[in-house]
Design a protein around this ligand. Structure first.
Ligand SMILES: Nc1ncnc2c1ncn2[C@@H]1O[C@H](COP(=O)(O)OP(=O)(O)OP(=O)(O)O)[C@@H](O)[C@H]1O
Ligand SMILES: [Mg+2]
Length: 337
């Protein structure tokens, strides 16, 4: 049975927990659940299922996240695929963190008959690899209808303000290494420029950096990441899990911080504006780096004009500042003023 208005599902991080909220078209909360890392060993059955799934996927490192207290609060929404949409959102988030989803039952509590119907349901299984009550989101083989799509890709919806951004990152050590490497690279550029005797350091550094692709690729390799691009103030690298880290190398002070401007816009701009932004996922306390979801570069064909309705920031006129994300164009650089 198809629901007339697809529910909106969003995820909010609270420390190591991720809360899953489902809303109907009039903004009433109709369902919730939360995800958290296990704090005790899994049941014997689930342990075996996890081992099997790790083997199936060739992922011996696969972690788990427990789905807890899933609850549909409105009788109207029972039997309309809301549970499936929430579980898929949770499984997708777990996968983003390198983990499979496991049921409450694997970890102390019990799993209801309704929940078991989701676990074994056709639509859930079209998007996960599953052993018993352990499921890893793969997203393959799925042919969701357009209405269900909105519920299945919750991070595509910018959601209400203020938006949550993590203060740390699972790949923090690697990011710290990159920050050090980028700082050393900048010192080299500045030393060289001082010898040349220019008088506009900020512009000179930015111009020089544009031709530093080969050096930045080598630098990236040292930290085990891929170099994506460099702008006038930031270098972008690809982290594991389709996330991008942007490191500032040409920032005069905090007020001039492109990362801070971008972060502020992502957190506070209204949904109608923020839908044009690639989401920021985490930030350093001093804004020296931020992480963002990765967007696919736009093909360099023909003259570029920003899509109608895009916010006017100054950055939006440059093709390189756009990417494709969730099937639409988004700004990957929205730090302009
Ligand atoms: N989310 C992303 N997904 C994919 N590529 C990205 C992403 N963010 C940045 N990039 C790549 O990195 C490049 C540099 O990033 P960005 O434009 O944010 O830096 P900048 O210093 O603010 O640039 P500008 O010179 O426009 O001020 C981009 O042009 C793009 O190629
Ligand atoms: Mg840019």
């Amino acid at each position: 049975m198809a629901a007339p208005h697809p529910p909106r599902i969003d995820l909010a991080r609270h420390g190591t927990q991720v809360h899953v909220h489902a809303w109907n078209a009039s903004g009433r909360e109709i369902g919730q659940a939360y995800l958290e890392p296990p704090f005790a060993p899994l049941s014997e059955t689930c342990k075996r299922d996890l081992e099997d799934l790790r083997r199936d996927l060739g992922r011996p490192d696969l972690q788990v996240m427990v789905l807890r207290r899933s609850e549909i609060r409105s009788a109207y929404w029972r039997g309309r695929g809301l549970g499936t949409a929430m579980y898929l959102a949770a499984a997708r988030e777990a996968a983003r963190q390198g983990a499979a989803l496991v049921a409450d039952e694997c970890h102390w509590r019990s799993t209801s008959a309704d929940a078991k119907r989701v676990w074994t349901g056709r639509r859930f299984n079209a998007q996960v690899a599953r052993r018993g009550l352990v499921a890893y989101w793969t997203g393959v083989g799925a042919r969701p209808n357009p209405a269900a799509l909105a519920a299945w890709r919750p991070e595509c919806d910018a959601g209400p303000t203020p938006r949550h951004v993590d203060a740390g990152h699972p790949q923090a050590a690697r990011i710290a290494r990159l920050v050090r490497l980028v700082a050393a690279w900048r010192r080299d550029l500045v030393r060289w420029l001082r010898q040349q005797g220019g008088d506009d350091l900020w512009n000179d550094v930015a111009n020089l950096a544009r031709n530093e692709g080969a050096t930045l690729r080598r630098l990236a390799a040292k930290a085990g990441v891929r170099f994506l691009g460099v702008g006038s103030s930031r270098v972008a690298f690809l982290l594991d899990g389709d996330e991008v880290v942007k490191i500032e190398y040409n920032t005069i002070d905090e007020i001039g911080s492109a990362n801070l401007r971008e972060l502020r816009r992502w957190v506070h701009d209204p949904p109608a504006v923020a839908r044009w932004y690639a989401p920021v996922t985490a930030s350093a306390p001093d804004f020296s780096w931020i992480t963002m979801v990765r967007a696919t570069p736009l093909p360099a064909i023909g003259r570029f004009t920003p899509p109608p309705g895009a916010p006017r920031l100054g950055d939006e006129v440059v093709r390189e500042n756009w990417g494709l994300y969730c099937g639409r164009r988004v700004l990957v650089d929205y730090a302009g003023d």
